[in-house]
Design a protein around this ligand. Sequence first.
Ligand code: UD1
Ligand code: CA
Length: 462
Amino acid sequence: MSNNTASQKPVNVLVMAAGLGTRMKSNRAKVLHELGGSPLIAHVVRAAQPLKPQAIIVIVGHQAEEVERAAIAEAGELVRSVMQAQQRGTGDAVESARSELENSDSLVLVLSGDVPLIKSETLRKFIEYHNNAGAACSILSVRLENPAGYGRIIRDANESFQKIVEHRDATDEQRQVREINSGIYCFDAKELYRALRKVEPANDQGEYYLTDVAEIILASGGIVSVFLHGDSREVSGINTRAELAEFENLMRRSAIRKLMIEDGVTFIDPSHAYISAEAQIGRDTIIHPDVTIEGKTIIGEDCVIRSGARITNSRLGNNVVVKDHSVVVDSQIESDCAVGPFAHLRMNAVLEEKATVGNFVEVKKSRLKRGAKAMHLTYLGDATIGERTNIGAGTVTCNYDGKNKHETIIEDDVKIGSDTMLVAPVRVGARSMTGAGSVVTKDVPPDSLVAGVPANVKKKLK
Ligand code: UD1
Ligand code: CA
């Protein structure tokens, strides 16, 4: 049976996220704990967004501001938050949004902030099912091998829905039921808030249970439908850090599997690679054990990333080698470059094609142009290094005078001798050389050899 009028009602999403989550044993609200690099609440909001709801209303309590901020970071203006100062149960959580929703001619899709794997597609089907049933209330259920702790779906002799009973309030017989309430519901807004007035905290915990609404709607003649979903993992909530780690592992394994199967990336040991779900990696790139790739990193084809490397929010071209234990953060490495071992690139370091950075080299907010090299024990900060220029071992750009940062510019085809100190602001002209141990305090003209402390021009090279 389809009900066209009902199916045209807009959807408001309500996310319950006020609880602390006692079993996390944390000072942080549970929904702020991160999974795959983003807070749990962000995952739920992300799943709700494609439903094009009128609003995503987040019920906040513990660390309200931070929870609100995390939701807004994901869905912007769609998000509104409602404060539930005291957590008196899921019924009370929904009650907190009464003034926003009770007179609206809409559907209310209720989600929990701690159920991060829920898929948009499932929610879409659930709403469709609700509409087709002409229901005032629909409950998304799953069957579990071990249903302990969950609310049970109690049906009558005809298999029709009767009520939800919480585990702690259930009889031994009711506890045998394997079909459980996932905590995801769809309601007609007006029916929901009418029924909610009748909910009493008459249970073991003395809380207002949202689950009682279903029975109340049924008693008043409304239709309650149950949508039995096949994938129980998708709707399982996170209650402990052990479960959080399990989910993290699951997400990681599926991201790596996709990279191997669909994108042609080689993992030497997929069980010891840590790759964000947002990362993109090109064909025939090889990832060695114990590599961490975080955030929106993009890596090209035919790259080799060796053990212990961490690459965060960075972009790598094709055929790049990142050797062992290098850290690359917010930076860009173009094709055919090599980095490390033990290199550190940060704050928008840019390596143009065929540039090389060797061991114990730090590059901060600097650009190495095509084919430039800094192979050993060097600090390059706020610097521009010209094409084919070679930076000798132990070179330091002295970019900080105690108050301000200054720039070093080294032009093309320069040879900086070992242990040169470049006191910025300073410029070294094209094709020049510095002698070992030079302290360069003045600009060096092109085609010159400078040396000494402070360095002076010794001869013209051309
Ligand atoms: C709830 C259901 C149970 C279901 C289970 C699925 C009730 C009474 N029971 O139990 O039938 O099987 O979910 O996971 O609803 N929250 C608030 N304010 C409150 C209380 C809770 O915002 O006052 C939030 C929590 O932060 C959490 C969500 O609501 O995100 C669920 O609350 P929780 O206490 O975990 O409910 P369960 O006991 O798991
Ligand atoms: Ca729960």
